[in-house]
Design a protein. Structure first.
Length: 278
């Protein structure tokens, strides 16, 4: 059966078509972002939908001891939990290779962008710093979890507010949030492109991901500059391939950023906001 599906996908791609009717370089237009979906259990949260792919992300902020070589800087950690609720190909248990890879891809895009001023997370040099924990939970995998997780993580970070902290007692009051947001200086957005045979495909379906030769995820800053890249898959990519894939990603990053920026212009953070980008 797998061989039949693979041959069908290859046949369609050769004609410039895909199983869902899109052309090879068509990103799904039904992209939505919701902020503040879990205001009581997380300092920041968001839900992202790209077509039928759905991911929820949450941010927790806690006190931590700084790393020995970064005494005046806070830290950040990313985790992705791929459970059977999202797809029957995922299993319960320890983190899978794919979940670790997704977390690393998102981590690289955020960290390499320099989008967080970690020094502003320092409470007392050498003793106390804020640690940001970002967890991503796919609810439904209809393809392209990497882009969806990256966008959900960024949206949750934008939504986050620090809880009250008593510097005298050292106690964090998670029942009360301040109006202080995370020190974000940029908004890196990741876009993934696949190479299947000699064709390039953006915003892949699950079936397309299953039969990829190579994958390239590129992270872009607000000004369009590239801040990170992650290659996946067993196939090789030539310099020409990489150039083409980066150009395809760059041409589509505005679609994802539009969902994020529209929400900035319309929301008052006390209420839930739902934005559709069509």
């Amino acid at each position: 059966m797998a061989k039949v599906i693979k041959e069908h996908i290859h046949s369609l791609l050769e004609k410039g078509l895909r199983q869902d009717g899109r052309k090879l370089l068509d990103y799904r237009k039904d992209i939505s972002v919701e902020y503040g979906i879990s205001p009581k259990s997380a300092e920041g949260s968001a839900r992202v939908r790209i077509g039928e792919t759905e991911v929820v992300a949450g941010v927790k902020l806690g006190m931590s001891t700084p790393y020995p070589d970064q005494q005046d800087s806070g830290s950040i950690m990313f985790g992705a939990e791929l459970s059977p609720i999202a797809s029957d190909r995922f299993e319960m248990g320890p983190p899978s290779i794919e979940s670790i890879e997704i977390a690393r891809v998102v981590d690289r895009g955020i960290r390499e962008s320099g989008a967080i001023d970690f020094k502003k997370l320092c409470v007392k040099k050498g003793e106390k710093v804020w640690q940001i924990c970002v967890d991503m939970y796919p609810i439904n995998d209809a393809g392209n979890l990497r882009d969806a997780c990256s966008l959900a993580a960024l949206a949750a970070m934008k939504d986050a507010k620090f809880p009250e902290f008593d510097k005298v007692t050292g106690i964090v009051n998670y029942e009360k949030k301040t109006k202080t947001s995370l020190p974000l200086t940029d908004e890196p957005i990741e876009v993934t492109v696949l190479k299947i045979n000699n064709d390039f495909v953006i915003d892949p379906s699950c079936e397309e991901e299953e039969f990829l030769d190579a994958r390239l995820t590129t992270a872009f800053l607000k000004d369009g500059a590239i801040c990170a890249m992650q290659k996946g898959g067993k196939g090789a990519l030539s310099t020409e391939d990489i150039g083409k894939m980066v150009k395809i990603a760059s041409d589509n990053v505005k679609l994802l950023r539009k969902a994020l920026w529209k929400l900035q212009n319309t929301k008052k953070q006390e209420s839930l906001v739902h934005v559709h980008c069509k």
